[in-house]
Ligand binder design. Structure first.
Ligand code: NAD
Length: 314
């Protein structure tokens, strides 16, 4: 395995936003770009390479093919069909599941044995499809889950409370989509509970749900205004990849595999806080949920399970 080698499959808006973030941040030694649109991918290779003189470190960037996966540490999948205005993430499922199966078979034929990170939507289901098709240990396959949703939450809370988003420790769990939820009892500003901050400052707790709703709506709002969302997810993906490459044990709400009754679930990928290292998901960070939160997680999982039945096994 080559240290710091990443293969990106899908050089659209999301994939290239991640690639551009990586070039600016450093920490990746080699980035291979793959897409069915080979011409575009060659153009992306050239364009990114022309930024190299201003990058913090040298990074080999090239358009390539699936055999490049064999010695990669990480493969990121952002290929697929993007969400159309008014279309739910769930409606995308069928088409993208077929694309995931095809791509995963090609990755595995190369002899790949690193970590796969999936961003294609609906991400929890697509991660399940990739994990199942790959046959890799489940910790080596993860999805971007609610990492972006949690980042949006932190930004909106930061803006509302006028506190740096770096000091907002709040997580969105569940499906990357409409049925996500925030376990507010576990949300902190610095080292103080956010619910205590709201009480002490006479802010209504109902504002918290309003803020969560704003996060849920934001994907639809951005798509309506500019057709697609990509910078936020590009930076989220770059962070997840960096945590694997740096083996930094970051806590991120990736789409991780739950089994044997973990959070009351079995055989499903869903957004939960997890510790990320060189092996992918090192372990889950279990949070005690209220009955209401557990019910929300259950209903998130039911949505995914129904789709697994219809699309993956059907
Ligand atoms: P895009 O249309 O710009 O890019 C998709 C790319 O995939 C295209 O370049 C296309 O040629 C390529 N592609 C399609 N089929 C392929 C195949 N079989 N093999 C290789 N490449 C293939 O779309 P985008 O805006 O970059 O979005 C990509 C995916 O990311 C979508 O599924 C979208 O819904 C998802 N997304 C996820 C999140 C998240 O938080 N997880 C956020 C935004 C978008």
């Amino acid at each position: 395995m080559k240290k710091g080698k990443v293969v990106l499959i899908g050089t659209g808006f999301v994939g290239m936003s991640m690639a551009y973030t990586m070039l600016n941040r450093g920490g990746v030694n080699e980035l291979v770009l793959i897409d069915i649109d080979e011409n575009k991918t060659k153009g992306e290779e050239m364009d990114l390479n022309h930024g190299m003189p201003f990058a913090p470190q040298k990074m080999t960037i090239k358009a390539g093919d699936y055999d490049e996966c064999k010695d990669a540490q990480v493969v990121v999948i952002t290929a697929g069909v993007a969400q159309k205005p008014g279309q739910s993430r769930l409606e995308l499922a069928k088409t993208n599941a077929g694309i995931m199966k095809d791509i995963t078979k090609r990755i595995m034929t190369s002899g790949f044995n690193g970590v796969i990170i999936v961003a294609s939507n609906p991400v929890d289901l697509m991660t399940y499809v990739v994990a199942r098709t790959s046959g890799l240990p489940k910790n080596q396959v993860l999805g971007s889950g609610t990492v972006l949703d949690s980042a949006r939450l932190r930004f909106i809370l930061s803006d509302y409370l006028k506190i740096s988003s770096k000091n907002i420790h709040a997580y969105i769990m569940g499906e990357h989509g409409d049925s996500s939820f925030v376990p507010w009892n576990h949300a902190y500003v610095g080292c103080k509970k956010i619910t205590d901050i709201f009480r002490d400052s006479n802010r209504p707790l109902s504002k918290l749900d309003e803020i969560h709703q704003k996060v849920v709506n934001s994907a639809y709002e951005i798509i309506e205004k500019k057709k697609a969302t990509y910078y936020g997810i590009g930076m989220s993906l770059s962070k997840i990849v960096k945590s694997v490459l740096d083996n930094d044990n970051s806590i991120l709400t990736v789409s991780a595999y739950l089994k044997d009754g973990e959070y009351g679930q079995d055989d499903i990928y869903i957004g939960v806080p997890a510790v990320i290292n060189k092996n992918g998901v090192r372990e889950l960070l279990f949070l005690e949920l209220t009955d209401e939160e557990q019910e929300k997680l259950n209903s998130s999982c039911r949505i995914i399970k129904d789709m697994i039945g219809d699309i993956v096994l059907g």
